[in-house]
Design a protein around this ligand. Sequence first.
Ligand SMILES: Cc1ncc(COP(=O)(O)O)c(C=O)c1O
Length: 476
Amino acid sequence: MTPEAFRLAGHQLIDWIADYRDSIDQRPVRAQVEPGQVRSKLPQSPPGQCDAFDRVIADLEGIVVPGITQVQHPMHFGWFPSNASLASILGDIASSGLGTLGISWESCPALTEVEEITVDWMRQLTGLSEAWKGTIHDTASTACLTALIAARERASNFCLNDSGLQGLSSPLVVYASGEAHSAVEEAALLAGCGRENLRIIAVDPISRSMQADALAGAVELDLAEGRTPAAIVASIGSTGVTAFDPLDKIIGIAQKHGIWVHVDAAMAGTAMLLPECRHLWEGVEGADSISWNPHKWMGTILDTSLFYVRDPQHLIRVMSTNPSYLQSDVDEQVVQYRDWGIPLGRRFRALKLWFHLRLDGVDAIRARIRRDLENAAWLAAQIQAGENWQLLAPLTLQTVCVRHDPGNLDGDELDRHTLRWVGQINQSGAAFMSPAKLDGRWMVRVSVGVESTERHHLEALWSLMQETADKGQTSR
Ligand SMILES: Cc1ncc(COP(=O)(O)O)c(C=O)c1O
């Protein structure tokens, strides 16, 4: 494709995206396809000849779009907000258009230095001290794995330099609450700790926060039995009910025994843009690493996951490879982000954040987050006042956990009732919410925070929930 052809197609594509985003609320929220339906519409062998751009756009509209669950739709309340602000999309296009190669400072000095600055802007905007240095990973899962590998090497005095974990006489133990994201378990297993050495710490039955006493007890027991506590992952805004572990207490326990603390604030990190929310991670300065995803609620398009450490030299010592072909005579003066994580090559991800912050502005982003908090509080109040409706967990940010309980159903019947009414709404395409289990019983999570969701969307959702659940009750 020549630059001139690119210009023509690019204008057409931008127009198409703008129209698509402008009219997204006319579409069903949930993808309207059966398994295999998208695949069946695509040719089974690759094209030999080039195709016309109009035909590609037609297939985007006719084949791809029906196969998308519209997480940018204002009636999307599923999983978590996964906002893709148009400002950050421009940054993504700029990143792709520049076609840079991020394997060393030398291969693209601007990539490294824009990342250093934007990550530091985010540090300032969330009230973290200058002690933190950061980078951008693809996801919080990668960040958590990186943190646990760094923790493993600190606890084992760099076992990777000799026999690795296989040479250790004392197993390394990782601690997290039962509310922690599955990425934590995955990271602990991939870091080599083994399921037997992953301690799931009990949570408070109401707040779902990790019980600090139970953590202290588990650590003491492991020490007494000859194991080495290596890392604690604190969930700051858990996925299920947005629970907050007591970070200051956790850090007190960790510091007594030299245990690494990783803070997983993947979704809730966005709230730390608001000074009034920062009490929720009180004590964070005592942690060793933090990750959170601007690609969730804040709205910098995937994949933009911030990862901060207090001791970059330790991380570099663990992650650095430094083959001769990548060495240069400025190595002592510059940051080499390949030494901060697993991949060598990296995209110019910082442009997404840079564009987002510059074009939308922090004041507007903060105002939107406050709006979402108010909208979630409004819905929670309706539920608390509603007949037969229960708010199942304290509302800390924007995730409203709800059940409709007509009072005449046993446990299994109530589960079927819950799945029926939420399933009907999701299938209708009018709105989308996530059913999830709490204490072994189904509930519904309403995750508020899509960029275009306003109060009237919450009002429409609440009416829909009442109508559907009431109808389900009579037709049981
Ligand atoms: C608390 C928490 N941690 C980790 C993750 C995983 O995030 P990612 O998809 O960036 O790996 C999520 C995603 O929902 C999350 O809510």
